[in-house]
Ligand binder design. Structure first.
Ligand SMILES: [Zn+2]
Length: 478
């Protein structure tokens, strides 16, 4: 197979004192990405240049240590003479420079996660955080990709013009993975916006109603906000493997590998999964805790609010699908009852609050210990329960005039659109009580402490009943 070249170059019309351009080629059989980076200062000088690689990817709350995949780092000047460099810490390369630098390195790309690059003879998934070094994250960058013989498609959310994929800065580049190869692509225009499904294992995809049901859910999500925070949206569906990762204008997911679902349950599970990653384009990418962006890529970023960013997203993945008619109201109730049951059956709920679960995710995401289920509880389990109860509480307090939708809408317009920043924990609770028109102190206790949840006190006034023997949820009008 011929080599694939990717060129990254930055736009010329900005006020930064240097330009950066990259070219990347692949060794598919050996699973390597060969990187060439050109660093061109507008004014040559003698100061050293520090180039950095992120050690984690936003949304994937674990230290990835991407630099461990980097090898054969070499730097040359314009005369092709080697330039001295040295490491400073695990993810910094400090280079002596006087003029334009030609920097080369290799990335081993054979890990199977949505936050890692993977190169095979079939194609490439490029997770940018572990490939592109930056000097300053607030610097424009663009990517030119030339396809090798036999590879025909590039799917990414980056805008393409003048022969290059353009990103306003490295935050955008790092938030824009690429799927390259011969995958199936299906583009659908809905309400003036293009949604591209890029499917690496397409078996059964085109016959499945999943893209139609997904887009029906999208329309319901957009209604909540009255706005879309992307120009186009791409689903990079990578075949059999673990997990998914949200981005502002895309998502990358390992999927079941086949779209020929045998049961309603497995179909709904996948539909909710991609709807969850989609809803993150609002909740965590747009509506976000103040700690989550701009990011420090050098180390862990702590926030007590992931129960909201993740847990409420879990809640809405089913809400929007039920509103869209893609799942029934009973399926939605069963979905919620399942989380209530899992919460009540987890001993760790007595030892860890949702607030603490959020803060300590860096310790508990993948690296769980033998006693984790006794001492911890995931915001993916109790978070959607809180979301449901909070929604009901807002509806009850406001006399049915407001709901969680109104809070989501307020946070989107006030903080993302008007202030252009995330919210603090106190700003979040103030906004929630402003929408409800009363105290949400009971809900906050269920977030901040390990107090046992009094379900009946919230469910019954809202017309719901929880049977704690069978863990079933019913609505009085259903
Ligand atoms: Zn999520």
């Amino acid at each position: 197979m011929a080599a694939l070249a990717i060129f990254v170059s930055c736009s010329k019309n900005h006020d930064t004192p240097y330009d950066i351009s990259y070219s990347i080629s692949f060794e598919p059989e050996e699973h390597y990405i060969n990187v060439k980076m050109l660093y061109a200062p507008l004014k040559p000088g003698k100061e050293k240049v520090t180039l950095k690689m992120p050690v984690w990817a936003p949304g994937y709350y674990i230290i990835m240590d991407y630099p461990k995949y980097l090898s054969d780092f070499e730097v040359y000047d314009t005369s092709w003479k080697p330039v001295k460099w040295e490491k400073s810490g695990k993810n910094n390369w400090v280079v002596d420079h006087t003029d334009t630098l030609d920097i080369r390195y290799r990335i081993f790309a054979d890990a199977m996660s949505v936050a890692d690059s993977r190169v095979t003879s079939e194609g490439a998934f490029v997770a940018p955080n572990g490939v592109f070094l930056y000097k300053d994250t607030d610097h424009p960058v663009s990517v030119v990709i030339s396809l090798p013989e036999g590879w025909e498609k590039i799917s990414t959310s980056l805008q393409f013009h003048e022969g290059a994929y353009q990103a306003a800065n490295f935050d955008v580049l790092y938030d824009s993975p690429f799927l390259i190869g011969n995958h199936l692509t299906q583009s659908v225009k809905q309400d003036g916006i293009v949604y591209e499904f890029a499917v690496q294992s397409p078996q059964g995809f085109e016959e499945s109603p999943i893209s139609k049901d997904f887009l029906a859910g999208v329309r319901e999500a957009v209604k909540i906000f009255g706005d879309t925070p992307y120009e186009s949206y791409h689903l990079l569906l990578l075949g059999q493997g673990p997990g998914g990762l949200e981005h502002q204008s895309s998502q990358a997911d390992y999927t079941a590998g086949s779209w020929d679902f045998k049961t309603r349950e497995s179909y709904l599970s996948m539909l909710r999964f991609i709807s969850h990653e989609y809803f993150h384009c609002y909740n965590v990418k747009a509506i976000r805790p103040v700690e989550l962006g701009p990011f420090d890529y050098d180390k862990e970023v702590y926030t007590p609010l992931l129960w909201f960013s993740e847990g409420i997203t879990c809640y809405y993945e089913s809400v929007i699908l039920e509103r869209a008619g893609a799942e029934t109201f009973q399926e939605h109730l069963d979905f919620l009852a399942g989380y209530i049951k899992d919460t009540e059956n987890t001993e760790g709920r007595k030892h860890m609050s949702m607030r603490q679960s959020s803060y300590d995710i860096w310790l508990n995401f993948f690296n769980r210990s033998a006693n984790s289920s006794e001492t911890t509880i995931s915001y993916y389990v109790k978070g959607p329960v809180i979301g449901f109860l909070m929604d009901l509480q807002i509806q009850t307090i406001s006399g049915g005039t407001k709901s969680l939708d109104d809070l989501m809408n307020l946070l989107y317009w006030r903080y993302y659109k008007e202030k252009g920043r995330g919210f603090t924990e106190e700003e979040f609770w103030a906004a929630a009580e402003e929408v409800a028109g009363g105290s949400l102190e009971q809900i906050r206790r269920y977030v901040d402490t390990t107090e046992e949840i009094d379900y009946d006190s919230i469910l019954e006034p809202a017309g719901f009943h929880l049977d704690k023997e069978s863990w079933t949820l019913t609505a009085s009008w259903n």
